[in-house]
Ligand binder design. Sequence first.
Ligand SMILES: [Zn+2]
Length: 237
Amino acid sequence: MICQSSDSSSSGVSSDSSSSCVSMDSLSPWTRDRDNNGLFFAPNCDDLCFLREVGCNHNHHQVSLNHVGKYVAFPSMWYHHGYFSAKRRKTVIQAQLFAMHTSNPTAQRSTRLGTKMDTFIEGRMDRLDELTKDLAGNWNTTYSKNLFPPAKSFDGGRVNPEKNRHIPSDKYDQVPKLENLVRMFERKFNHLCIDSVWVLQKETCEDGFQGWHRDFALGTKITTTIVINVGSYTAQG
Ligand SMILES: [Zn+2]
C-alpha cells in the first residue's frame, strides 16, 4: 500500500513550555445531555452559497460525535464545519484522518463501498482507551508540538499549536497507539489510505474548525475525511 505524505512542511519550532494537568482517573464517557460535539455538512453547497449574503436552499446535515469512538467519514470536498460545547474543564480529543484512495487494485475491487464515496458514513470504533490515555497523558512528550507541529493557519483561521497536532504517515511508527487507529480504519475502508492524522483537543467552542470550509488545504489527493471522537477527560483544578 502506498501512503506518502506530500505536506510535511512544519510551521517552525517553538519551545514546549506548557503542560496540562490531567487526571487519568477522570476519563469518562461523553455525556450527551450536557455536552455537544459534531459536524454540519453542506454536500450540495459551493463557494457562492457562503459568499452571498442571502442563504441558499441546500440541505445541511448534522452528525453528532458525542460518544467515544463515534466517527463520520465523508468526501473531503464537501463544505463542513464543526460545533462544540462542553462542561468547564472538560476536553474532548478528536482526530481527523485525511485519506486518499489506495492504488491497490485488489482493495478497490473488494471494497463494498466502491471507489467513489458520495455520501457520509457513520459508525463507532471501540477499544480506544489506550489511545485516549496516551494522547491525554503524553500530549507534550510523545505527541509534542515540536515533533508534530500543526499548520500555522487553516482555512484562514489561526491554529492554536497547543491544542493541535498533525501527524504525517511517515511518522506513524513514532505513535504506535495512533497507528493502530489508522490501521483499523484502513481495514474497515480498504480502498482508503490514511495520509495524515490531525489531532485536536477541544475545550472551548472556538476550538476546532468552526467556519464552513473544505479540506482542500491539504491537497487534492485527499478524497475522504474521517472525524472521530477519541475520548474525553476533565482537567483538575
Ligand atoms: Zn448551498
